[in-house]
Every structure is written in structure tokens, then in C-alpha cells.
Design a protein around this ligand. Structure first.
Ligand code: ADP
Ligand code: ZN
Length: 515
């Protein structure tokens, strides 16, 4: 029966990997936690059982845009679905109530903030909910990267309604999984379905930041006419980069949270409907987008964690055809991301976890061999070298960087872990600056020991050291670098470290600026 619905309602000829087992378990009324890669086809795994089972399926989803899109898509294929969100007009809400009263509604999407509402609770207890589907279930985890306090109410709701629950997420780290289970299935463990995380059609590549605007323009130049997303860290960068892409002859628009809701909706629609448009966006963009033919995702600034990276690149190539990604990273990105974690309100152990996720991403950025292996290993999948990443295409040259690292650590320790990379590099290179003179650093034994290497080379060494978490910027001391325990064996000459030669780039050539 489910297989018939797959074709007759959803128009698909076959299940995708993993879908059938999940659909069957959910249809049979079992509790399910399904972990599937982005684009793997999660929604079908609760939408199809919703039709196969009687009654109303309650869907909890974190974003209004996401709910609207799914409801619209369901209605378009003739399935009666509705949403209760703060974005509803009165007529929309009235329509939902009528469909519920008439027993016609099959799927009811509810925003998590509505779950605590008494009216909603009463409504749900009398409409005959047959099971609860929780989309983006990692939002229930305080350790996850996207915690939504309202998700904590799902547990009570489920207990009150006493129906099965199916939870879906694309986030795989084991701590988050454990927490999802503890919060959503406190009494009995669910059936867990873990799909492989590989998206083999997505090409992976990273590059050190070296004139990012030019790098993005160059990447886009050979991909004219393709749809793509370029993620930027700030609103103003989104706007200037979109402008630069337009001037280079691309169709490009920008998108960020500083735009009003209407402008954002127009931008989303354009991207969804027009061919070959590039959207330059902050991470505010993407969750609600179901565009299967996005051919590339570029990060002009480093994402905040390995999970965010995976989720954001996962928006490319949902149709299964080849897609490309490029992520730019530099020491400034690392400093910024560390600072955001340190300055946040989270408790200390949570901050450590966030540093860990950032470290995992930096480890991926400076990976020495197949990038996909490093990425998938983080999510618990072991694979062979993929042949579809920049490091498989061109294995990087490595060199024994132990001496470089020891020199840098020595400069850090001899100056009391009190300075940032810029001043430390001046010391290492023996550059005579006012600050060096003022502090008497010209007398240090480390002064000038690294003069054979350029400033750019030293920056790359420091960046890799941050990437391997040998040093961390201390935000209370304006980014002063402190040594971590991981660096001790190298300092004591008990361990060696290999660095990548190719990420050690020359400083960008200065281009004359118009005044
Ligand atoms: P996600 O897992 O990221 O939530 P979606 O549920 O949005 O993914 O599905 C991604 C895309 O895959 C959608 O365009 C959907 O229509 C399509 N899809 C899902 N299942 C199948 C299938 N069995 N056959 C073909 N296309 C499918
Ligand atoms: Zn590879």
C-alpha cells in the first residue's frame, strides 16, 4: 500500500535509499528516530505514512517558511494539509479549523511556540492525532547547534496525546542523538534509522582566503547560468558581493535578515523560480528552500561549525546531478568564530563543545588527505578516498612543520601569551616596529629566528596551528594567543607535526583603490 501511494500521490517511481524501511516503521506506529542526510527525502517519510494511517498527523517544524512550503507542496498534489503559525491570517486559521472539524485534514503543521498554548493543546486532544512527526529534531538538543527551547514541550505533548512519535534530523553527532532520544523518547528507545551521510555528487573544496571577492568571481565566472548560493558572514558583504557578481554579468540577488519579510519572500521566490540565479546570503537563507538544481554553494566566510557546513553545502545538488562547493577560510574567520563562542551566553561546557565543532571544521579545512573521508568520519561513516574532492584531485604537499610550530610557540610563551599573531610574526621575523621597541622584544632569543619566512607564510603557520587547536585566541585579552595542552608534546619535541605546503600562500597583491 505505501508503494502505491508513492506513485499515485507523490509521483515517485521508487523509494530512495532508506525511505522504505522508515515509511514502514512509521506506518506501523513504531517510535522512530531517522537520521538522514539533507536532501535525502525526509518529508516523504512522514507525509506518506500520514496518508496511510487514519487521523491527523501532527508535524512540528522550526520554521514558518519551511511549513508554508510543505503545506503548499502537499496541497498542490491534492493532499489536505494546513499550518497553525503566528504568520497565519485569520482566514487561513479558520480554514484549518474547518478542515479539522470536517475530518478532512491529514497533516497539521504546528510551530513549536504554539505547543505550550492551552487552546492548541485542547484542540489537539480532540482532533484524533494519529502520530507526531518532529522535523529538524536536533532543535530539541541543548548540545546541538540549533537549540529551540520550545522543542522541549514536545515530550509533554506526546505524553498527553499518547501517540507514536517519529523524529527526523540531518545532524548526526552522537551526543546530539543521545539527547534527542532522552528528550523525545524518555520511556522506551525508538527504532533508529541511520542513513549514510555521503552525498557523492557534491564536490568538496576549500581554499585559504586570498582576496575573497576575486576568488568568488573567478569561481562563478566558469559557471555562468547556474543556480548557486554564496554564503557571507555579514549583511553588507552580501550586498556588495551581489553587486560585484551583477557587474560581472551574472544574475545575482542578496538575502539577509536585515530585509523585511516581504523582500525576503520575493527573493526566495525569485531564486526558486528563475533559472541560473545566484543568491548571496547570510545563513538566514536556505532552510525553507527546496530547489533541487542548485549547482553550487560557496562559503565566502567560514561557517560556524562542521554541522552548519554540512547542512549548508547539502543544499546543492539535491537532484543527484554533479554539484560543486567552495569554502574560503582565513585567520580572521577563525578569530571571529572563536570570539562568537567565547562571548556567547552559553555555559562553559557548552562553549567547549562549540569550540570542538569549530575545530572539526578547521581540521576539515586543513585536511591533509581526502576531505570527504574526514567529513564522513566526523559523522561516524568510514569510506574510501572519494575521488570527488579537491584533495583527491590534487593531493597537497606536506612538510615537517615541527620547527615552525616550535618557534611560534616559543614566541608566544616568551611574551607571556599576551599578543596576537601580528606582533608575534614581527618578533619571529625580526621586524623593528614601535611595539617591538616599546616592549623590549628585540632582546628576546626568538627575535628574528623566523626571518627566512615571509609574513604570509607565518600567517599560514599560525592559521594551521589554530586549526589543529594548538593555540587559541583569548578574547578577554583581545585575541592574544594562548597555547593549549595539545601543543605540549610538540614543544617538548615529543611529537612532530606535518603542515600543508600549499595553504602557505603569499599575501594578496594590493590593488590600487579608487578614492
Ligand atoms: P530533506 O531530507 O532535506 O528534508 P526533502 O524531503 O525536502 O529532503 O526531499 C528532497 C527532494 O527529494 C524533494 O524535492 C523531494 O520531492 C525529492 N524526493 C523525495 N523522495 C523522493 C523519491 N523517492 N524519488 C524522487 N524524489 C524524491
Ligand atoms: Zn576525496
Amino acid at each position: 500500500m505505501p508503494a502505491d501511494l508513492l506513485k499515485s500521490v507523490f509521483g515517485h517511481d521508487a523509494f530512495r535509499a532508506g525511505q522504505q524501511e522508515i515509511v514502514e516503521a512509521v506506518t506501523q506506529g513504531r517510535d522512530v528516530l531517522a537520521i538522514m542526510p539533507t536532501g535525502g527525502g525526509k518529508s516523504l517519510c512522514f507525509q506518506l505514512p500520514a496518508l496511510a494511517r487514519g487521523g491527523v498527523t501532527l508535524v512540528v517544524s522550526p520554521l514558518i517558511a519551511l511549513m508554508r512550503d510543505q503545506v503548499a507542496a502537499l496541497r498542490a498534489i491534492g493532499v489536505c494539509a494546513g499550518a497553525l503559525t503566528s504568520g497565519n491570517t485569520e482566514e487561513e486559521t479558520e480554514e484549518v479549523f474547518q478542515a479539522l472539524d470536517a475530518g478532512r485534514l491529514k497533516l497539521l503543521y504546528v510551530a513549536p511556540e504554539r505547543l505550550g498554548n492551552i487552546g492548541t493543546r485542547r484542540l489537539l486532544s480532540r482532533v484524533g492525532v494519529s502520530f507526531i512527526a518532529v522535523d529538524e529534531a536536533h532543535c530539541v538538543s541543548q548540545w546541538g547547534h540549533d537549540f529551540r527551547p520550545d522543542y522541549l514541550r514536545i515530550g509533554e505533548l506526546r505524553a498527553a496525546l499518547d501517540v507514536p512519535l517519529a523524529a527526523f534530523t540531518a545532524t548526526a553527532d552522537p551526543e546530539t542523538q543521545t539527547e534527542i532520544i532522552a528528550r523525545l523518547f524518555p520511556e522506551q528507545a525508538p527504532d533508529v534509522f541511520l542513513q549514510g551521510f555521503d552525498r557523492p555528487n557534491i564536490h568538496l573544496a576549500f581554499a585559504p582566503k586570498n582576496g575573497p571577492r576575486q576568488q568568488v568571481l573567478k569561481f562563478a565566472a566558469s559557471r555562468k547560468g547556474q543556480s548557486g548560493i554564496v554564503y557571507c558572514g555579514t549583511r553588507s558583504k552580501c550586498e556588495t558581493l551581489a553587486q560585484a557578481l551583477c557587474e560581472a554579468g551574472h544574475g545575482a540577488i542578496f538575502y539577509h535578515a536585515g530585509m523585511d519579510a516581504e523582500e525576503r519572500r520575493i527573493a526566495e521566490r525569485r531564486f526558486q523560480l528563475e533559472d541560473g540565479l545566484i543568491v548571496v546570503a547570510t545563513v538566514a537563507f536556505g532552510m525553507g528552500i527546496d530547489k533541487p538544481d542548485i549547482r553550487f554553494v560557496v562559503h565566502a566566510d567560514l561557517p560556524k561549525s562542521i554541522e552548519s557546513y554540512y547542512q549548508e553545502i547539502g543544499r546543492a545538488g539535491r537532484d543527484g546531478a554533479p554539484a560543486e562547493t567552495l569554502t574560503l577560510y582565513g585567520a580572521d574567520d577563525i578569530r571571529l568564530r572563536r570570539g562568537q563562542i567565547d562571548e556567547g551566553q552559553a555555559p562553559a561546557d557548552r562553549k567547549d563543545a562549540d569550540h570542538g565543532r569549530l575545530n572539526a571544521l578547521l581540521g576539515l579545512a586543513e585536511a591533509r588527505r581526502c576531505r570527504r573521508r574526514v567529513l564522513l568520519r566526523y559523522f561516524g561513516d568510514e569510506t574510501e578516498a572519494c575521488g570527488n574532492c579537491d584533495l583527491c584531485d590534487r593531493p597537497p604537499k606536506l612538510f615537517d612543520g615541527t620547527q615552525h610550530v616550535r618557534m611560534a610557540l616559543s614566541a608566544i610563551l616568551r611574551t607571556g601569551e599576551y599578543f596576537g599573531a601580528g606582533h608575534l610574526i614581527d618578533i619571529l621575523r625580526g621586524t623593528d616596529t614601535p611595539k617591538v621597541r616599546e616592549r623590549g622584544h628585540g632582546d628576546l632569543p626568538t627575535y628574528g629566528v623566523g626571518k627566512d619566512y615571509s609574513k604570509g607564510e607565518w600567517q599560514a603557520v599560525f592559521r594551521q596551528m589554530m586549526g589543529y587547536d594548538l593555540v587559541r585566541p583569548d578574547m578577554e585579552r583581545f585575541g592574544a594567543l594562548r597555547m593549549t595542552d595539545a601543543a605540549r608534546p610538540i614543544l617538548r619535541d615529543e611529537a612532530k607535526i606535518e603542515l600543508r605546503q600549499d595553504t602557505i600562500v603569499k599575501a594578496p597583491r594590493r590593488v590600487a583603490v579608487k578614492t
